[in-house]
Design a protein around this ligand. Sequence first.
Ligand code: TXA
Ligand code: MG
Length: 309
Amino acid sequence: MRRGGLVAFPTETVYGVGADALNPAAVKRIFHAKGRPADNPIIVHIAELKHLIILSEEIPPIAKNLMKRFWPGPLTLILKKSTKVPQEVTAGQDTVAVRMPQNNVALALINAFGGPIAAPSANLSGYPSGTTAEHVFQDLQGRIDLILDAGPVEVGVESTVLDISTHPPAILRPGAVTPEQLQAVIGEVTLGGTSRISKRSPGTRYRHYSPRAQVILAKENSECSEMAEEFAARGRKVGLVIPDPAPHMARSAILVKAMPQDLEGYARRIFATLRELDEQAVDLIIVKEVEEKGIGVAIMDRLRRAAAG
Ligand code: TXA
Ligand code: MG
């Protein structure tokens, strides 16, 4: 990393692919490796508060409260950037996204490197994030220098991105820290989706988190299995992603993925499940919607984006 190389590493949410956040050429290589649109800014990862001072000179009191409660952890805060943060990291914006991950390998890497590490999720742009080192290898083999393998991640969906420059603060991307948890600390927060927000957080705008197979969402178990039957009868290979107890499907063209009932367990498995179905070359994936509470808000956000278009 000191020589400008790219290193993939685990965080508690998903694997990231990191570069020296203060080295513009190294950060540019990340965009190239992922095929990432140049207008999508990157989160900077820190291990100690002394790294934060390099990135931002204005830390509002509300940010300090949030850091105390959620760092290290899956909350990314949008702060006014210092002049030291390269334009490449922030895609020309005057803010920088910062978080302190809750993963010992990530923290040890940042500390050994000795400074902030810019790292998007370690997947090809648009594809589901990698939750194991194998996923990272499949996507970025030959494009990056090293992968630190510490097994599967704990959370499985990305961090919550929170803009605290507005009142009330706005969730630009729902994630592992739930709206309920944020409300308990700072009161009212709004959930993104307006044009102003998608302009500020371009990563939330594209079709994203999508496997190659088409993704269709449905509300009821019966709707899901009927649709699966219909497509299979027309000669399509179908993946069915549905919480336990999953219905039994007689046709061999329907691959059933029974998901954990608890939303935390579901979050941990969803990206890997979409990737597995792609590997089995299904034509489409039917996913039963989950309840939008707690981490379910983040899961449904990812599923809707995976299904977009
Ligand atoms: O959990 C995570 O956040 C993972 C791990 C590796 O830390 N990282 C991650 O990074 O998901 P990425 O690049 O896949 O997503 C970053 C999101 C994008 O939606 C991007 O647009 C937004 O954060 N973002 C980054 N900098 C921003 C800024 N200055 N203002 C607004 N949004 C920003
Ligand atoms: Mg990503």
